[in-house]
Ligand binder design. Structure first.
Ligand code: NZQ
Ligand code: ZN
Length: 403
């Protein structure tokens, strides 16, 4: 097992019964609470009223910011940060999906620094690694997807430059998060599926490229993968089942809280790099949907170049019961079986189905290399070049046509 340094500072409160505990924790940090929400779903569903009432019983002073968009933009974040600074916010509380939580982390960083523009702080920006701290962050996730309620990352978009890139610091992990499956009961099927795809991707990224030095990380990851594969169709059939929603919500947290990679080699998160570049150019593409589109082509590209076959064969055996004596056959069978699962869960499509034009492939691949590869090749158990990324994007069409 490889050495690691894992500091998870976030208090995780799980379940509908933890409401009062959450309010107590938030109020013990500060009374001036800046609540951040998205386009209004949490308002319509009554979640915002419930949280506001709960905090006001403890004499909270609340200012609401509404309008964080999916794939949150630096412009909206900057506006929110200005309001939070004027308000002298003591806590930034996110009530929403990954976009709202990420925006809240970025707002918390700007308020702490007394700065106005978040974009220079992202990966590759002029202020990368210059952030010194954040105002305390509290989150209530309303999607089962990103694990942003525990991760040290915030992913920010800038439609003016077609950019989408992360900011990451250990201190960006929220102070306290309340994971209440009730807040995911009304998620539409498409958002539920997109979220499941994102959960799986977080585990795959580490599993495939991270080597085999941590058998325990393998078993842990397989548990998350098997749970998502089994649970997604059940949730779609029974969307208001609390227990099923709870499984997905907890799986989403476990998939990116840091334990999933402990003891392994680091992964360059190649699929994420490509997907972020794609949704940077096409701001309407949901992160999980973009990932689901890339999976089959990326897996097949790795297979074709004889990379990670051992890892895919092991997954095939442990998730789908495929005999792995013949690693080449077993790994390919794993890919086929996983594609079947994507199809049966409405997650199988090509990039053109998402409206991505082939003439943009080169610019997307260039952005991936420039930003995520720091101008060099990406690493996927061997170099992954700009041309390889273009090849993978083109393969999404071929895979769809031939399977
Ligand atoms: O804007 P509202 O009205 O809230 O609607 C949202 C949005 O349209 C809706 N929604 C959220 N909760 C709902 C709900 N609708 C009904 N009921 C609910 N309970 O769902 C839509 C999508 O929301 P969004 O927050 O964009 O989705 P998700 O949670 O998948 O977050 C995606 C963002 O997170 C980033 C992605 O790149 C993307 O920008 N990621 C963040 C990570 C991190 N911080 O560690 C890691 C991930 O890999 C990912 O990159
Ligand atoms: Zn993701």
């Amino acid at each position: 097992m490889k050495d690691f340094d894992l500091h998870i500072q976030t208090r995780l409160l799980f379940g509908s019964g933890k409401e009062k505990n959450f309010y107590d924790h938030v109020l013990s940090i500060g009374k001036k609470i800046f609540i951040v929400i998205g386009g209004g779903s949490v308002k319509k569903l009554g979640y915002l009223d419930r949280i506001t009432r709960g905090l006001e019983k403890g004499n909270a002073e609340i200012l609401l910011f509404e309008g964080i968009e999916p794939n949150p933009t630096s412009g909206t974040i900057n506006k929110a940060a200005k309001k939070a600074t004027e308000f002298k916010a003591e806590v930034i509380l996110a009530l929403g999906g990954g976009s709202v939580m990420d925006a809240s982390k970025a707002i918390a960083g700007l308020v702490y620094a007394g700065e106005e523009d978040i974009w220079p702080y992202v990966l590759g920006g002029s202020k990368m690694n210059k952030m010194k701290g954040v105002v305390p962050i509290a989150t209530i996730p309303t999607t089962a997807a990103t694990a942003s309620e525990v991760t040290p990352y915030a992913v920010i978009s800038n439609p003016e430059t077609n950019g989408k890139a992360p900011i990451g610091y250990p201190f960006m992990r929220p102070t306290v998060s309340w994971l209440n499956p009730e807040f995911t009961l009304e998620l539409p099927p498409t958002t539920t599926r997109d979220g499941a795809s994102d959960i799986l991707s977080h585990v795959f990224e580490n599993y495939l490229l991270g080597g085999n030095q941590s058998p325990l990380a393998d078993r842990y990851a397989e548990g998350v993968i098997a749970t998502v594969i089994e649970t997604l169709p059940l949730v779609i059939a029974e969307p208001d089942n609390y227990e099923l929603r709870a499984r997905l919500l907890w799986a989403s947290n476990l998939a990116l809280n840091g334990y999933q990679q402990a003891g392994r080699e680091p992964s360059g998160f190649v699929m994420h790099a490509i997907e972020h570049a794609i949704s940077g150019f096409y701001h309407n593409i949901a992160h999980g949907r973009g990932l689901a589109t890339i999976y089959p082509a990326y897996f097949r590209w790795l297979w074709k170049h004889d990379r990670c076959r051992d890892r895919m064969a092991q997954l095939g055996e442990r998730i789908f019961g495929i005999d792995k004596d013949d690693v080449s056959f077993a790994s390919l069978t794993f890919i086929n079986r996983f594609e079947e699962w994507l199809k049966s869960n409405d997650l199988f499509q090509s990039l053109s189905d998402l409206g991505v034009e082939e003439e943009k492939f080169e610019a997307i691949a260039q952005y991936t290399i420039d930003t995520y590869g720091f101008g060099k090749n990406m690493d996927a158990r061997g170099p992954l070049t700009k041309d390889n990324i273009i090849e993978i994007m083109k393969m999404t069409e071929k895979v769809k046509a031939t399977t």
